[in-house]
Write a protein that binds this ligand. Structure first.
Ligand SMILES: NC(=O)C1=CN([C@@H]2O[C@H](COP(=O)(O)OP(=O)(O)OC[C@H]3O[C@@H](n4cnc5c(N)ncnc54)[C@H](O)[C@@H]3O)[C@@H](O)[C@H]2O)C=CC1
Ligand SMILES: O=C([O-])CC(=O)C(=O)O
Length: 336
């Protein structure tokens, strides 16, 4: 029996390379024109992300959309002397124009956590925002790769999937929950603990993007290091609680914005490279994929590689929470 579930996989973006391409040639150079739209562009993540995407030479057009504060951010970013042409869109009636022709849409719109809150506590506000924005994507740029940053990612991605299904535009190869920040954190903490050069380190992270549903696979980290079980437990916990660490340090002024903008820029860049046909672009992401179910539950998850006993236990432990978050998103999208 096969069941569809959402989970993280490596090589997700690899598939972007085969996504239908709407490449238009950019002047005489061979770099195609690529339009990137950021929805929530004037926010804590949106602003530095807008800057990083303006610095990305693969971007020819950058559309910045937010319901507040867009003109200032767009004017500011537009003065940076790089390739991308910047346009700001400030009102809901301009959302269609912001989205039209987009190859990649990044969504950091919605409210962030305050100390004491879980990501799921953001559901009531952010679910509606994501539903509206993804409905517009289905209408104006149904072929775009969608990078979902808005929390709770474990539910907002299923909401987007349902919206796209209803609109007849759903393609699981084009919808990504951005979990890159978990990878960024796992790499930083692993390098810190082992003393390995951080730029050489890789750590795959699977699962979703909340607490125990975040599962860094330190057994597959490269370069390999001989860490004790205790160290691996501590690194795993710190990666899972990375978001909360920042929320508490910001003490009511929101959650990770700068590291998230960095992570969002890496993931969007991977999507652009994939679209442009660059081979072997590999990033972890929260995507829909197949699991094989048998008498004892999940028998095989494709593409996770060999797991340590500790990782197997953690994978088992996250399933009910992840499944509930997925169902919550699906129910919301179908009821409202
Ligand atoms: N996936 C991940 O790893 C991470 C996700 N996040 C999530 O990203 C989201 C944004 O966080 P911040 O930028 O810190 O929040 P923020 O409050 O600073 O910015 C959010 C922006 O969204 C805009 N917005 C609200 N409703 C909108 C709508 N309907 N259309 C367009 N824009 C709209 C607001 O005007 C604001 O500018 C939060 O949900 C947060 O939890 C944050 C960090 C990491
Ligand atoms: O923790 C939060 O609320 C924001 C987030 O997703 C992260 O930093 O990983």
């Amino acid at each position: 029996m096969r069941l569809k579930m959402l989970r993280s996989v490596q090589s997700a973006v690899k598939r972007c390379a085969s996504a239908p391409s709407s490449a238009r040639l950019y002047s005489s150079a061979s770099t195609p024109e690529r339009k990137v739209a950021i929805l929530g562009a004037a926010g804590g993540i949106g602003q530095p992300l807008a800057m990083l995407m303006k610095l990305n030479p693969l971007v020819s057009d950058l559309a910045l959309y937010d319901i507040a504060g867009t003109p200032g951010v767009a004017a500011d970013v537009s003065h940076i002397n790089t390739r991308a042409k910047v346009a700001g869109y400030a009102e809901e009636k301009e959302l269609g124009k912001a989205l039209e022709g987009s190859d990649v849409v990044i969504i950091p719109a919605g409210v962030p956590r305050k100390p004491g809150m879980t990501r799921d506590d953001l559901f009531n506000i952010n679910a509606g925002i994501v539903k509206n924005l993804t409905s517009a994507i289905a209408k104006y740029c149904p072929n775009a790769l969608v990078n979902m940053i808005s929390n709770p990612v474990n539910s907002t991605v299923p909401i987007a999937a349902e919206v796209f299904k209803k609109a007849g535009t759903y393609d699981p190869k084009r919808l990504f929950g951005v979990t890159t920040l978990d990878v960024v954190r796992a790499k930083t903490f692993y390098a810190g603990k082992t003393g390995l050069p951080v730029e050489q380190v890789n750590v795959p992270v699977v699962g979703g993007h909340a607490g125990i549903t975040i599962l860094p696979l330190f057994s597959q980290a490269t370069p390999a290091a001989n860490l004790s079980e205790e160290d691996i437990k501590a690194l795993t916990k710190r990666t899972q609680d990375g978001g909360t660490e920042v929320v508490e340090a910001k003490a009511g002024k929101g959650s990770a914005t700068l590291s998230m903008a960095y992570a969002g820029a890496i993931f969007a860049d991977a999507c652009l490279k994939g679209l442009n046909g660059v081979p072997d672009v590999v990033e972890c992401s929260y995507v829909e994929s197949n699991v094989r179910l048998g008498k004892s539950g999940v028998e095989e998850i494709f593409g996770l590689g060999p797991l340590s006993d500790f990782e197997k236990q953690n994978l088992e432990a996250m399933k009910s929470e992840l499944k509930a978050s997925i169902e919550k998103g699906i129910n919301f999208a179908n009821k409202n």
